[in-house]
Design a protein around this ligand. Structure first.
Ligand code: 5RP
Length: 233
């Protein structure tokens, strides 16, 4: 699949997911290229259909895009609930376990997700996999002592790589932390790995989102496909 085809599937998933947002709702808005299509569609509906809703964003990038369309964005601590959060994902398997954080927004994404009544992911079909882990697993770490955390990951065989930008500088998250990507190739025991990562001092959060998502909307050449998580009904 080339990039244009992939973008078309991402856009179709984003447009489908935008139908879940109605006036009066509080919506969590994720981060990434698929979510950009979602926000474009919501912006169109605000302008053309008079849609009025409040958003809580998972990154400053999404906040800027949404506010550019006149969408009202508030701080997560200024809402008492979030009706639905729509976000992208890097991989998702048949047990609705996924990897997120390709866009370095995993910490805010997990905080918004855990405070949402419903979580929906929008992906193109290439993200649906048998076993997660081919996509390097992002881990957000505190800069102080990050080298020591990386050494611990190396000793465990996690193949860590500190994420750098195009200028060779460490990528910083919206919380000013580093991202370390674990090149695991496959993750057969995600719960155990999640537990090990989150109990490593210096780790703030990891990109394993295990059985959290309620629904996945897959951009498919035959039209968007909806996968409902049976464990969340
Ligand atoms: C950002 C994320 C994104 O949702 C994920 O990387 C998917 O991005 P894209 O829609 O660009 O493929 O987790 O931290």
């Amino acid at each position: 699949m080339d990039k244009a085809q992939q973008d078309a599937l991402k856009k179709a998933a984003g447009i489908e997911a935008a139908k879940l947002i109605h006036s009066g709702m509080i919506a969590g808005l994720g981060t990434g290229s698929t979510v950009r299509f979602l926000v474009d569609e919501l912006g169109r509906r605000v302008k053309e259909e008079g849609l009025e809703f409040t958003g809580v964003t998972t990154s400053r990038r999404t906040q800027e895009q949404a506010e550019g369309y006149g969408i009202k964005i508030v701080d997560i601590d200024d809402v008492d609930h979030i009706d639905v959060t729509i976000d992208g994902a890097d991989e998702v398997d048949k047990n609705f376990n996924g990897i997120k954080g390709g866009g370095a927004a995993l910490l805010w994404e997990k905080i918004v997700a855990t405070n949402s009544n419903k979580i929906v992911w929008i992906v193109d079909e290439s993200k649906v996999v048998d076993t997660i882990g081919k996509f390097p697993l992002p881990v957000e770490v505190i800069p102080f002592g990050a080298g020591q955390v990386i050494k611990k990951f190396e000793a465990k065989g996690y193949k860590p790589v500190l994420r750098l930008d195009a200028d060779g500088k460490e990528v910083r998250t919206d919380e000013n932390n580093f991202v370390v990507d674990l090149h695991l190739d496959r993750i057969d025991h995600p719960q155990e790995l999640a537990q090990d990562l989150i109990t490593t001092v210096g780790v703030v959060e990891h990109g394993l989102f295990l059985n959290m998502v309620d629904q996945v909307i897959v951009g498919d050449p035959n039209g968007p496909r909806i996968l409902d998580n049976p464990n969340k009904k």
